[in-house]
Design a protein around this ligand. Sequence first.
Ligand SMILES: [Zn+2]
Length: 455
Amino acid sequence: MSTTLFQHRDYRKLFTAQVSALFGTGLTTVALGLLAYELAGADAAAVLGTALTIKMFVYVTLAPVVAAFAHRLPRRSFLVTLNGIRGAIVLGLPFIDQVWQIYVLIAILQAASAAFTPTYQAIIPDILPDEHDYTRALSAAQLAATMETLLSPMLAAAALTLISFHWLFVGTAIGFAVSAALVLATRIPHSTATAAGSFRDRITVGLRIFAATPRLRGLLGLNLVVAAAGSMIMVNTVNYVRDTLGGTQSGVAILLAANGFGTMLVALALPRILDRTDPRPVMLTGATALVLGLAAAIGLSTAGSGDWRWTAAIAIWALIGAGTAAILTPTGQLLRRSAQPGDRPALFAAQFSLSHLAWLLTYPIAGRVTTAAGFTATWITLIVLAGAGIVAAQRLWPRHDPAQLTHLHEIGSIDPARLLDAEQVDATHYRHTHPYIIDTDHPRWPTRRELAMAA
Ligand SMILES: [Zn+2]
């Protein structure tokens, strides 16, 4: 994150508003897990799995719709209202005494969040007209969302050692109030509308780039690995600690903190490593760590009793946190490398939807299979999915993945003025070399045979 980006006062306020709201939502999720356990006991995994599935469903369906209309709304009042709704819902959560009430409140809470994010994203280009700043802002948003998912459990864990979980909801509501105040203090220009095209157009462009770019096809597999291991952490920690390990609320906090600690360690160390290393081996190592973590968890779920299981569980939860960070930290860079500046918002939006789809698949598994068949069966199901994801990533994303590709263009298929440093190689083809990115001039990736012909 450059200093110049955060020198924009309005952007800084809006970004802080987004981050406070994100963490508010994240803390709610943790408090919700404990609330589910209070209401459902052994069935908490099913309750949590369903609640988180509702969240993902609302995100995947509602966010695109709101995004398509975001430019027509009075945006500042809309954002403030959404924060107000979320704050009110959160304050209501401690008074819940029925499981179905959790589902209703979560649906409303997440609908407000799903509407907030695309509206926020639509405002950013109006505040930051500079393309370079805007791209950096997209990465900052992606990183903030990632860090939220990973760090809020740890924050919640720390808070829980001091206060009861009902107070977490109050902290969350304060987060939304701060967010609303910051939005009120921001000058938000009227929408420049039309510029970026409808969300549906943007999402189609993003999906097309995803489908055509080998390294992004690999990322699809990695999204699945992250969701498989992450669902185990998010949905199963409460029950595993309380029912299997015989621990308490602070035991839940310790395991979640171990997970967050692993994440933070890797997220902090990685930027320097990524300056020197390709993202592929880093991300595949992360995926391997996640599969190993799941395998160890399966082993642990079949082990007898004994306090050593605590130590083992802490190590496994930390390993999964570390593996997750190794995949998520380089993701923004991967997306930036794979699209022209104008297509980047579309590509980030596509990654948002596609990664949520993976969670939409794994959350219900972690919830339902656990209550029906126990941890061992659940984690075996999740490791099969994670294994499929890692194999797909390895096969779809070639080991040799240079930015520059020497390739051919058929004469007549492209305006010669756009052919930088091209030389004519035969009667029908030009050849040139530049960073290869899917765009109007390069609608698909060259096949191995085409690359050999160009060499
Ligand atoms: Zn070209």
